[in-house]
Design a protein around this ligand. Structure first.
Ligand SMILES: [Zn+2]
Length: 339
């Protein structure tokens, strides 16, 4: 007797179930075989990054704080920042961030100085010039005192999320795009493996204004190195942006970013106020122009990065205070997470 067609139909869910279970077991087996192969499994997680609280992040990833990098620049100003670590370079982790441009309370326990340099040249002309020999002895001091230079990305991730930092963190910054930055600073950064940020205004590229300025070719070479971050520093370096009209600010804040992006072929995420001067109107325009943070300076109020009002006015110290700063630098309460 032939089975009735409808009696076959009732086996379909059972057959379907066997196929589902079988393929699940196969997939599980495949995944576990590949769990040590991050490249294979990263594709699974890539579009669905793990959201981690900072505490969980610290518990699970005790050793990665100092290697934290931006996974995706677009997330830097959002409420969840995607990061990667040296341990799992192909896996994004999602850290909870405070509302942009505020600074996380957790980051306020750290003491991260940003040292500000200008020209580096063999013969000093003004008091804040630094010779290559002096710069190297400062790098030696940083090394001997156990400080860890970090990148601006690393600092901004930390300021927004309170994420761990390496022991005694410091950020090195060089302003105004001088030829000495390529000739003397860049080789030293590579020698010591120190990251740094260079703030460049575009008007004087490659010319001599009594001081030699860096060329586009030299800047491109530097920008291509993972140790180097390039920040916009206006187009013409006006002494006080707050004195300019909205219209006059457009080339300084918006076009300077576009010019650097076009020449260097990378996104420019940071702005540095010429002579540090800024106010609420300038900061708003900087934010609206797509920058995720801005560096300031104020001779009368040199404070640690975490003490800054917000990400659009991050404070710096003149480099002449380095001797005093090396003893005060600290990664704050999450130091143990990064050791
Ligand atoms: Zn400047």
């Amino acid at each position: 007797m032939q089975p009735k067609p409808n009696s076959l139909l009732k086996f379909i869910p059972l057959i379907g179930g066997i196929i589902v279970i079988g393929s699940s077991l196969f997939a599980l087996n495949f995944y576990s075989k590949n769990e040590n192969n991050i490249n294979s499994s990263s594709a699974v997680i890539k579009n669905n990054p793990l959201p981690l609280s900072l505490e969980k992040f610290c518990q699970e990833y005790q050793t990665i704080g100092k290697n934290l990098q931006v996974w995706n620049q677009e997330t830097l100003s959002q409420n969840k920042i995607l990061v990667k670590t040296q341990t799992y370079p192909n896996l994004p982790f999602s850290l909870e961030a405070v509302t942009f441009p505020q600074i996380s309370q957790k980051a306020k326990t750290a003491k991260v100085p940003i040292a500000m340099y200008h020209d580096i040249l063999p013969k000093k002309e003004v008091f804040f010039d630094v010779t290559p020999e002096e710069l190297e002895s400062q790098f030696q001091l940083i090394k001997s005192q156990g400080l860890t230079p970090i990148s601006l990305d690393q600092l901004v991730i930390h300021l927004r999320t309170g994420s761990p930092l390496p022991k005694k963190p410091i950020l090195l910054s060089f302003d105004d795009g001088y030829a000495g930055h390529y000739e003397y600073v860049f080789p030293l950064l590579k020698k010591y493996k120190y990251p740094a940020v260079f703030s460049v205004y575009t008007k004087n590229m490659g010319i001599n204004t009594g001081r030699s300025h860096i060329t586009w070719e030299q800047l491109k070479t530097m920008a291509a190195d993972s140790l180097v971050t390039i920040a916009a520093h206006s187009k013409t370096h006006p002494p006080d942006l707050t004195k300019l009209s909205d219209e006059e600010l457009i080339p300084e804040i918006i076009e300077s970013k576009q010019i650097l992006e076009k020449e260097l072929g990378e996104s420019i995420r940071y702005f540095t106020y010429p002579t540090g001067k800024n106010d609420a109107r300038i900061r708003k325009l900087v934010q609206e122009s797509g920058y995720v943070a801005a560096l300031a300076m104020d001779d009368n109020n040199e404070i640690f990065a975490g003490e800054s009002e917000n990400l659009l006015a991050i404070a710096r110290f003149g480099q002449s205070r380095l001797n005093e700063l090396v003893n005060k630098t600290s990664a704050g309460e999450f130091n143990s997470c990064s050791l």
